[in-house]
Each structure stands twice: as structure tokens, then as C-alpha cells.
Design a protein around this ligand. Sequence first.
Ligand code: HEC
Length: 324
Amino acid sequence: MNRTIMNFSALAGLGVLLLAATPARAGINWDAVSGKEVVLFYPGQSSYEWALTGSSMSGADDFRKGKDCATCHVGEEKDMGPQIVTGKPRVFKSGEKPSIEPAPIANKPGSIAATVKTANDGTNIYVHVDFNEGAQPNAGQAKEFATTVSVMFNNGKVSEANRAGCWAACHEDSAGMPAANGADRSMYLPKTRAKITRQGGGDTLAAPDKIAGLKADGYQLEFWQAELNPGQPAKAATQIVFDKQEEVKNVVTAQATQKGGVWSVTISRPLNPGAPFTAIAPGNNYFVALAIHAGHTAERFHYVSFERSLTLNSGAADLIAVKQ
Ligand code: HEC
């Protein structure tokens, strides 16, 4: 959090645990930015293909007709996560549905409510996330980090993610999903595959000219990550998802403090870090979604949010990265 830069000595003097790593160029006064609640929930094995199948997820037909996931589900996350995370059959007004979590982690909370603030200073964009991850059992999957916060940034060119957020990258045959059959396949975007079936897209890519066209068009998601351990500086990482999820040259910074169980995390990225990253400019609409891995979890054992629209300075979006 950039506030910590300005107040470095003051905070240190107060004995506040300071985990700030690389100082960003400017300090954002977060007290002057209004926050939006974004609830993340535990999604189990709900893949893109699962969500597009009416017998698995009854909103599938309406989604195909044009209704976005968020339209039906934002506001329900605090009910969805807790019943998915138990690994038990799920109960709805319309009846019971089978479990979508075959490997439940005992006593894991089902959702995390975050407060999100966004800002820019003409050079960088900042995403500030406050959340209490609750009492997290140690799953022992991720050894290096207790908690990871990821901002999934969609420049608007990934039409599937414009409507379905993270699910556009999460497939039935990705690692740990029902049709993976032991494969270590990472996240990928639908159009990079020759064909998508109920079992996912497999490893057969679309024709080379189509792949080249998608690349040229900016069809990719950026992941801006903060990797956190209590009492240590946050570590930043950048990934791109196209035909696979790849760690790339890091262009983001991450700062975090933890106080009274609440993590305050600020992730910043230059508005224009150069290719292959999107140049973020006023007047355009982008999308972000959040993922949090808590309790030393990895891969799909995370919390996710539905997509939120984002724009710089002013406009009609869920999140306005206000100018400071
Ligand atoms: C028209 C409204 C509608 C749309 C659009 C919709 N859903 Fe659903 N979704 C539902 C309903 C209703 C349920 C309850 C279970 C059922 O009937 O299948 C549900 C269940 C779910 C669940 C399980 C919740 C639980 O408590 O177990 C997940 C996860 C989910 N949807 C994800 C998605 C995703 C991802 C999309 C977009 C690709 C989406 N939904 C689009 C209506 C919708």
C-alpha cells in the first residue's frame, strides 16, 4: 500500500508491521478513494465448460443468450462458496445438485469479502485490496507463500472473459479439474484451442494463422500478483494467460501490511509497460477480477470473484481508477 510510503517512518515508529517492498513512485492517499466490496468465493471444480452446460449449471442457456455470470451471481457469493467448499451436495430452492469439490479442505472458509480501491497517478495504476482471510487451515500445497493475491486484468479483447471473468481461463481439463486425467495443463483461453468440448480444449491449438491473429489483437489476460507471508516483504510477479499461463518479465510492484488479521495489499503496474502488456489509457473500459490463494493453497484451491469493469479517471464502470 502506497500510503505506507508517505508514512513510512510514522508507521514504523508506531510499531506497525511494515511489509512494503519496492516503493512505488507516488503515494496514493487511499483515505480519499472510496472502496467497493468485492466478495470472493471458493469455486470448486466449476469450469468454463461446466458453467456452459445446462444440466450442470442452470444459468447456462441464459448465459449463451447473453446474460453475463455476474448479472445473476454478484451478491450471492457468500452463499455459493460455503456450500461448495464443504464438498457436500449443494442445496438450492430448485433441489439438490452434486458436489463440485471432490477434495475438500476441512474447515476452510467459503468466501472472503474484500474492499477494493483503484487509482492512477498518470504513470501507474494501483489496485488496493483490504481483506480478512479468516481462519485458514494450512493446506500445505504452496510451500513458499501463505497467501497470494492476483488481479486478473482483461484489456477487453478476451470476449469470453468480458462475460465470464476467470472462468474463460479455467477449463475442465486444466490441472486438478475433472478431465485433467493427471495432466499438468495450466489455464488457457478458449480461442487458442482448435476445438472446445465439454471436456475442455485439450492440447490441440488453433491454426497458426489464427493464433498469430489472436496474439496481434491482444487476446490475453494479465495476472498481477502479490505473494505474501506474514512478517515478510510482499513479492510481486506477473503472468500472462494465452494458450497457457506463463510467468513473464515482472512489471508490477506489490506492497502489503497485515494488521489484526486484515491484509492491506497494493499492487501497481505502469500504465504502459510496453509490449506485450496492454497500454492502459483513459476512455477505455477494462475488466478485473480477483483471486486469493489463502492457507498455503495452490492451483484451483483458491477464492475468485466475478468480473468488475474498470476505467481510468471517470466514467461508468464498477471501479474507477481515480486520478491523484
Ligand atoms: C440466468 C442466471 C445465471 C447465469 C447467467 C449464470 N448462472 Fe450460475 N447459477 C445460476 C443458478 C440458478 C444456479 C443454482 C444451481 C443450478 O440451478 O444449477 C447457479 C449455480 C452456479 C454455481 C454453483 C453455486 C453453488 O452454490 O453451488 C456456480 C459456481 C456458477 N453458477 C457459476 C456461473 C458462471 C461461471 C456463470 C457464467 C459463465 C454463470 N454461473 C452464469 C444462475 C445463473
